[in-house]
Ligand binder design. Structure first.
Ligand code: HEC
Ligand code: HEC
Ligand code: HEC
Ligand code: HEC
Length: 505
């Protein structure tokens, strides 16, 4: 921890305008690039959990893309001195299924390359990042500056953002297996590291917490001298920091949908870093809540005292001064990465190649469809249902389930094991489908909801061999939080029913 590092990788980037100017002039000139004049900034990528692009399953799921993140980071570097903080879990969200190992490992390699290209100043791995073994981790995390302090030999670092010295430290949950060994209690380690970083001249100290929200709370309260903490383990997407004890916690969301951005203003001086805009908003929220509570009470039981209290609170709200624009402070915001945002061409090319390579990789890894155990039955496909169930078939054909495979064809994703799983029948199940062996069972067909129906179809009925009822638990195997965040059984169910395909009580 003896050296002060210049927030370096950014130096590779020139603002686009400068690049075209250089090209127009026929080559680089001697004049140095003018330093960006905006405030120093921290850009946060938290909980990437192996995502390089959005799935696009709903309109809410179009944000993200590591190519867009890279382009946006480059644009921010042109605005002001920039540090990129990556808080894990980054490469893996948990155990990887056997048939997805090749896909997930190559995606982790791509993600590592993309992170190195966009330039990372501090990296805090989560425990699941080593899930595919230390050798692979060593490869994908190579060159990413690990600032975890609660492992043997772990150290934070101080970087220069313009004239500002920023200390960076990371913590993992105690007892995790990390590259440096088994992690210890984060509180004493972070406390010692924060002091050491201050002693080295850090004017602002930021903690990267590869922890759950519940685990971060005692750390944020128990460690002095960390100005703000960034939550890594499945943070919410929050546009404001939360005040916790004497410090702040930032939740910038997961999957690379947004970049969290912290602008540091007048931050070189002594004292605490504050969040005047957030503090004011939080105070206003508190007052509004108190007014609401009293208004509810007054609705039930009016009284002059309540009326006076409401008037008083309203006056306080109206009199709240605007947020201070002076002092050692930060401004936090979420920067979304929408579909229209430009992407870094090189990273985009890597992604396209990865996608193209998936076919060969996953076909080779797919294996055979698992045999049906004795007494079980196979999925036979909707062609076997239509003869006897014309009416349900007509209803089903009108639903998006019938075109779920075409959706993947259009997206070029029919060999992505992740996507295929929910857009076909019986994926990886006995007598179901595997990558490359989906013919006749493509789309969300009858048996995705009613279960495999081989015997039922053979017998021409037989209620024991199909399931009439389709409880919510069946729907949410696909309509989960990550791919169908607005799913609601009561409102979605009627949309899959119709004449001859009805719910019976
Ligand atoms: C866990 C199951 C699941 C996985 C995995 C999954 N999807 Fe989906 N997908 C769904 C569901 C459910 C919907 C419908 C969501 C809704 O409307 O609420 C959907 C909808 C879509 C749509 C929108 C279709 C339309 O016409 O509006 C697209 C595009 C899509 N998925 C592509 C993908 C891609 C690409 C992947 C892989 C990266 C993927 N899906 C992985 C379950 C999944
Ligand atoms: C095997 C996975 C799977 C199961 C099980 C499943 N769905 Fe779906 N569902 C999808 C996919 C994939 C889509 C998107 C299809 C497309 O447009 O490409 C979808 C789309 C829908 C849509 C259209 C949403 C929209 O915005 O238009 C509704 C409604 C729906 N599902 C309801 C249900 C209900 C209710 C259940 C359970 C009774 C259920 N689904 C079970 C995968 C599934
Ligand atoms: C998204 C899930 C889903 C899909 C896909 C689906 N069904 Fe259904 N089906 C249901 C639900 C839910 C019911 C109503 C069950 C109940 O009564 O609770 C139902 C009812 C039925 C019934 C009884 C209908 C009646 O009115 O007596 C039949 C038969 C049936 N489905 C056959 C099919 C066939 C054939 C297909 C494919 C063409 C199909 N289903 C596709 C969910 C689905
Ligand atoms: C040869 C004719 C035939 C074929 C093929 C067939 N079914 Fe049926 N199915 C029936 C008959 C008959 C019933 C009972 C009708 C009734 O009571 O409504 C039935 C009932 C059902 C029910 C309602 C069960 C209940 O408890 O009420 C579902 C769901 C169903 N079939 C799904 C399927 C699916 C899915 C397929 C294709 C895999 C399929 N069927 C193929 C004849 C057939």
């Amino acid at each position: 921890m003896s050296r002060t590092h210049r927030a370096g990788p950014g130096r590779r980037w020139l603002p686009l305008g400068v690049v075209s100017l250089l090209l127009a002039c026929g080559g680089p000139r001697a004049e140095p690039t003018p330093a960006p004049s905006g405030p120093p900034r921290l850009l946060i990528l938290s909980s990437m959990i192996g995502y390089i692009e959005p799935c696009g399953c709903t309109v809410d799921l179009l944000l993200g893309g590591i190519d867009r993140a890279a382009a946006r980071v480059a644009a921010e570097r042109a605005e002001g001195p920039t540090a990129v903080l990556v808080v894990g879990p980054t490469f893996f969200d948990g155990a990887v299924k056997a048939h997805q190992v090749g896909q997930e490992e190559s995606k982790a390699r791509l993600l590592g390359n993309a992170l190195r290209r966009l330039g990372v100043d501090a990296f805090a791995p989560g425990p699941t990042d080593l899930g595919q073994g230390a050798p692979l981790y060593g490869e994908v995390a190579q060159g990413l500056p690990d600032v975890t302090v609660n492992v043997p030999g772990g150290q934070g670092r101080v970087i220069a953002l313009g004239a500002l010295q920023v200390g960076l430290l990371g913590v993992a949950p105690a007892g995790a297996t990390l590259a440096g060994g088994t992690s210890t209690d984060p509180i004493p380690a972070a406390q010692a590291a924060a002091q050491a970083l201050r002693a080295q001249g850090a004017q602002v100290v930021v903690g990267l917490a590869a922890l759950t929200r519940a685990d971060l709370r005692p750390v944020a309260r128990g460690v002095e001298g960390v100005d703000l903490w960034v939550l890594g383990d499945h943070p919410d997407e929050l546009g404001a920091a939360a005040a916790v004890g004497e410090t702040y916690v930032i939740e910038a969301g997961d999957r690379g949908r947004n970049l969290g951005r912290v602008l540091l203003r007048d931050a070189a001086g002594p004292g605490r870093l504050t969040d005047p805009v957030g503090d004011r908003d939080r105070q206003a929220e508190r007052l509004k809540l108190q007014i609401q509570m009293r208004q509810d009470m007054a609705g039930r039981m009016p009284s002059p005292q309540l009326k006076a209290a409401i008037a008083e609170l309203k006056a306080q709200l109206a009199a709240l001064p605007p947020a201070a624009a002076t002092g050692k402070r930060f401004e936090y915001s979420l920067v979304p990465l929408p579909k229209e945002a430009p992407g870094d061409a090189e990273v985009a090319a890597w992604m396209a190649k990865w996608n193209a390579d998936l076919k060969a990789m996953n076909l080779a890894a797919a294996g055979d469809i698992a045999p049906v155990p004795a007494g079980g039955q196979a999925f036979v496909g909707d062609a076997q249902c239509v003869d006897c169930h014309d009416e349900p078939m007509q209803v089903w054909k009108q639903t998006p389930h019938a075109k779920a495979w075409q959706t993947l064809v259009d997206a070029g994703k029919t060999f992505d094991a992740e996507c295929v799983s929910c857009h076909v029948v019986g994926f990886q199940q006995p007598g179901g489908t595997v990558i490359g062996k989906t013919a006749g069972k493509e789309g969300v067909q009858c048996e995705a909801c009613h279960g495999p129906g081989e015997k039922h179809a053979d017998m021409g009925g037989g209620e024991a061999y199909t399931k009439l009822r389709v409880p919510e638990a069946v729907c949410v195997t696909c309509h989960n939080q990550k791919h169908s965040p607005k799913f609601d059984y009561a409102t979605y169910l009627p949309k899959v029913l119709g004449p001859g395909h009805q719910k019976r009580d």
